[in-house]
Design a protein around this ligand. Structure first.
Ligand code: SF4
Ligand code: MG
Length: 335
């Protein structure tokens, strides 16, 4: 899409290497070197699929994913091995993602073994060092996952992801399974490690408050599409898409604020991603939906510098403004 090309030119001018991604359904976005891009949306919207596709854990049916300019799906075996070293993942569930029969040391050094890096003694040294860097103790190296708490297990998962000295890590809901009291500690650790090792993160979450804490930019996903992207400030202070506003408001509350103004709340069920609604995919639930939203797919509009949203309401002279409200939206608007 045009604005990503502009971004790419900007990146070249600034000497940055953009990591471009195209995945799920017409999804088009970039993660810039050294940043954390938060990817948020309700469960089932395609966030994890996106993460898996851009790690090539899943094949894309069409489109491309570029990592440092190289298309993942056209890499030679050697290039793919190097990509597998440079791009890592931390999964949501620190209970099921660690093999219970392997010690912490074996878990952390397994990627080194697979990539045939260093001998056993040096690998063990590295594992001790990594345990310490993630806030555990080197003496815990021979313990099994069940001897660690949830937060500690996630630290082991992070140490494993760091073992190959990657550049890019997909963090797929890395704190969602943890107690709230432990979440902030793990988020702080991830931020420290990012600074120390010059890491680029894709941080997947359904919890906006977690994303706000750690991200530089945020993309909001709905039914396999990104509906809004912007800086953390843009997304939280001046969201431009009704779905983003609804997510921000999604704590249960009445559908009008204390001044009687209507706020955007999420009504109705999420449609099946296999048969998404025509036009704007959000039109079946959007409180501002009009006939035009059913007829046409909204393009991404740059509403502010660096903030993009796909909603007709951001286009002053769009036929949207002259079309009839849809029934559910009228009901909402009358309330
Ligand atoms: Fe709502 Fe229409 Fe905007 Fe889609 S295009 S978010 S349905 S107002
Ligand atoms: Mg998921």
């Amino acid at each position: 899409k045009y604005y990503y090309e502009q971004d790419t030119i900007l990146d070249r001018l600034l000497g940055r290497d953009p990591v471009s991604i195209k995945a799920v359904d017409g999804l088009d976005f970039e993660i810039h070197e050294g940043e954390t891009l938060g990817l948020v949306g309700e469960s089932g919207c395609g966030k994890s699929t996106t993460g898996e596709t851009l790690l090539r854990l899943r094949e894309a049916t069409d489109g491309q994913v570029r990592f440092d300019g190289q298309n993942l799906f056209e890499m030679t075996d050697g290039e793919l091995t190097e990509f597998r070293r440079r791009a890592q993942v931390v999964f949501q569930d620190p209970f099921s993602s660690l093999d219970p029969r392997m010690t912490a040391g074996e878990i952390i050094t397994e990627p080194l073994e697979i990539h045939d890096i260093a001998g056993p003694a040096e690998r063990r040294e590295r594992a001790i060092d990594l345990l310490e860097r993630v806030g555990l103790s080197g003496d815990q190296i021979d313990r099994y996952p069940n001897e660690f708490s949830g937060g500690q297990r996630q630290r082991i998962g992070i140490a494993r992801a760091l073992a190959l000295e990657p550049d890019f890590i997909v963090l797929d809901e890395p704190v969602s399974a943890l107690d709230v009291s432990v979440q902030a500690q793990v988020l702080n650790l991830l931020e420290d490690l990012q600074a120390e090792f010059d890491l680029t993160y894709l941080f997947i979450a359904h919890d906006l408050s977690v994303v706000r804490h750690i991200s530089d930019r945020v993309s909001v996903m709905y039914l396999g599409e990104i509906v809004e992207t912007g800086s953390v400030e843009d997304i939280f202070e001046s969201p431009a898409h009704p779905y983003t506003r609804a997510l921000l408001e999604s704590v249960p509350r009445a559908s009008a604020d204390e001044h009687g103004r209507r706020v955007d709340t999420l009504e109705g069920d999420v449609p099946s991603p296999r048969a998404p609604p025509d036009g704007c995919r959000f039109h079946t639930r959007c409180p501002h939906a009009r006939e035009a939203c059913r007829a046409e797919v909204p393009a991404d509009i740059e509403v502010e510098s660096g903030q993009y949203a796909a909603c007709f309401r951001n286009v002053d002279d769009h036929p949207y403004w002259r079309s009839e409200p849809l029934a559910h939206a009228e009901v909402n608007a009358g309330g």
